[in-house]
Design a protein around this ligand. Structure first.
Ligand SMILES: Nc1ncnc2c1ncn2[C@@H]1O[C@H](COP(=O)(O)OP(=O)(O)OP(=O)(O)O)[C@@H](O)[C@H]1O
Ligand SMILES: [Mg+2]
Length: 214
């Protein structure tokens, strides 16, 4: 006689196995989608990191560094009201750029600029450069690298950008190689005042992680 229970039990086992397989496929598809979104977000960014680091950002295989932990925390706390401005300062090679790439890759249409380019765009009153300035003001996430290398006379530019970006859901990440004290000395008083209100400054210790034959 046919044992119906046995057949049904067998069927259920198959269904469970199929369900597991289905879940695995779904997870893989989601991971692929997330990777392609990260790659897309980074695509136009001229952030100077190596191809190897770009790939690690996209695949989510970066090492945990203090720079990355700081940026990750800022990013994750954003929805619950983290400071809209993060200033990351630290010696060359401590991973500031890589950490910035990590958050750029997780944001819709972010903008990355070096401070001296932002200053030039800020000074333009029409044309492509003006458009670039407006894009930098409007974007949800603006990363300004090499802050403190711009001409001293141009220091009002950063302040204007911060002012123009107040309100709305906008975050700004400022990056500098200078020490915190040197950066604060370099920025003008009104910019420092804005930072006190809007931001946190995190000074990263440590040596360069760049290794090579030199
Ligand atoms: N999260 C990370 N995982 C693995 N390697 C890393 C990570 N962050 C940085 N590195 C290594 O350190 C190198 C320098 O990092 P990065 O370019 O971010 O430094 P930086 O602080 O921006 O330096 P600079 O001030 O000179 O621009 C990278 O090329 C990489 O080799
Ligand atoms: Mg860098």
């Amino acid at each position: 006689m046919v044992d119906l229970n046995k057949i049904l039990a067998g069927l259920r086992v198959m269904t469970e196995a199929e369900e597991l397989e289905h879940k695995r496929e779904q997870a893989e598809a989601e991971a692929r989608k997330a990777q392609s979104e990260r790659s897309w977000a980074l695509r136009d960014s001229e952030i100077p990191i190596t191809d190897e680091m770009r790939a690690a950002v996209v695949r989510d295989t970066l090492k945990a560094t203090p720079a990355l932990a700081t940026v990750r925390q800022w990013h994750e706390a954003w929805k619950s009201g983290a400071a809209p401005v993060l200033v990351l300062v630290g010696r060359p090679g401590v991973g500031k750029g890589v950490a910035a790439a990590w958050v750029l890759s997780r944001t819709h249409r972010p903008v990355y600029l070096k401070a001296r380019n932002l200053v030039a765009y800020h000074a333009a009153s029409f044309g492509e450069e003006r458009q670039r300035y407006e894009q930098a003001v409007r974007t949800e996430l603006l990363v300004v690298d090499e802050v403190g290398t711009e001409q001293r006379e141009a220091k009002a530019a950063i302040q204007d950008v911060l002012d123009d970006r107040i309100g709305g859901k906008r975050r700004t990440l400022l990056i500098s190689n200078l020490s915190k004290a040197a950066l604060l000395e370099r920025l003008d008083e009104r910019t420092v005042d804005r930072l006190r209100e809007l931001g946190v400054i995190v000074e990263l210790a440590g040596k360069s992680m760049r290794s090579g034959a030199l």
